[in-house]
Design a protein around this ligand. Structure first.
Ligand code: DER
Length: 232
């Protein structure tokens, strides 16, 4: 499909243009676009020169499946470059992430990286966060705080807050790789992502938000016409 080829185009171009020859520690994100990042890095002939740090179980499996060396963030708390997908990207490179429920370790790796590159298909480009991604801002919380945090988010202005359900995959709420729950909070257009992040992060019970601000240096978008565009 044009979406899948757009993801691959963005991922391959991002790796080809940014992978440092002397890289020692590389962050690998989660989701379906980053699959192509791991695939492209797996084609490098100096694979034994660096370790890859996962952002969850799926990411860890990507590293293993592509014959890459697996490291932990405990061993390598400083990361040279990290690649990850996003659910939505604004022109200033603020992102909404967490559609895949991996936002905590994704943000930990992105924050530990000298360089953080976002790879996405054309659907993720947005004028204002919250306009293309209408499923709400993913927020990781400590499980027993969910009722309180839902109330707090509504007081902050959220129009709707859902405890993310496992759907057909699992009765009851999604449990993250960090053994927490996820809320999806709809705040409509997010004009100031940093301000909203700070307000949400301050709520007792919140572990981390899917608002990624001041983290990405560059975003690669695979376009429907087979081109790749970038925002910096
Ligand atoms: O959860 C995330 O932020 C992931 O990066 C994911 O949502 C990216 O989506 P993708 O599967 O479209 O790459």
């Amino acid at each position: 499909s044009s979406v899948e080829s757009a993801k691959k185009l963005a991922a391959y171009r991002a790796v080809d243009e940014n992978f440092p020859p002397a890289a020692k520690v590389v962050g690998i994100g989660s989701g379906s676009t980053v699959i192509y990042v791991a695939e492209r890095i797996g084609q490098l002939d100096n694979k034994s020169d660096f370790v890859c740090i996962p952002t969850g179980f799926q990411s860890q499996q990507l590293i293993i499946d592509n014959g890459l060396r697996l490291g932990t963030i405990e061993q390598f708390p400083h990361i040279d470059i990290a690649f990850d997908g996003a659910d939505e990207v604004a022109p200033n490179l603020d992102c909404i992430k967490g559609g895949g429920a991996c936002l905590f370790q994704e943000k930990l790796v992105a924050a530990a990286a000298d360089k953080f590159i976002v790879v996405a298909d054309y659907r993720k480009k947005s004028e204002v966060l919250g306009r293309q991604w209408t499923q709400g801002i993913p927020i990781e919380i400590v499980p027993n705080a969910y009722a309180k945090v839902i109330n707090d988010l509504k007081k902050l202005g959220a129009k709707k807050v859902d405890l993310r359900s496992g759907g057909k995959a699992k009765a009851g709420p999604v449990i993250t790789d960090n053994h927490n729950f996820l809320l999806d909070a709809d705040f409509g257009d997010v004009k100031d992502a940093k301000k909203l992040h700070d307000e949400i992060k301050a709520l007792v019970g919140v572990v981390e938000t899917g608002l990624f601000t001041d983290l990405a240096q560059k975003a690669y978008f695979g376009e429907e016409n087979g081109e790749v565009s970038t925002w910096t």
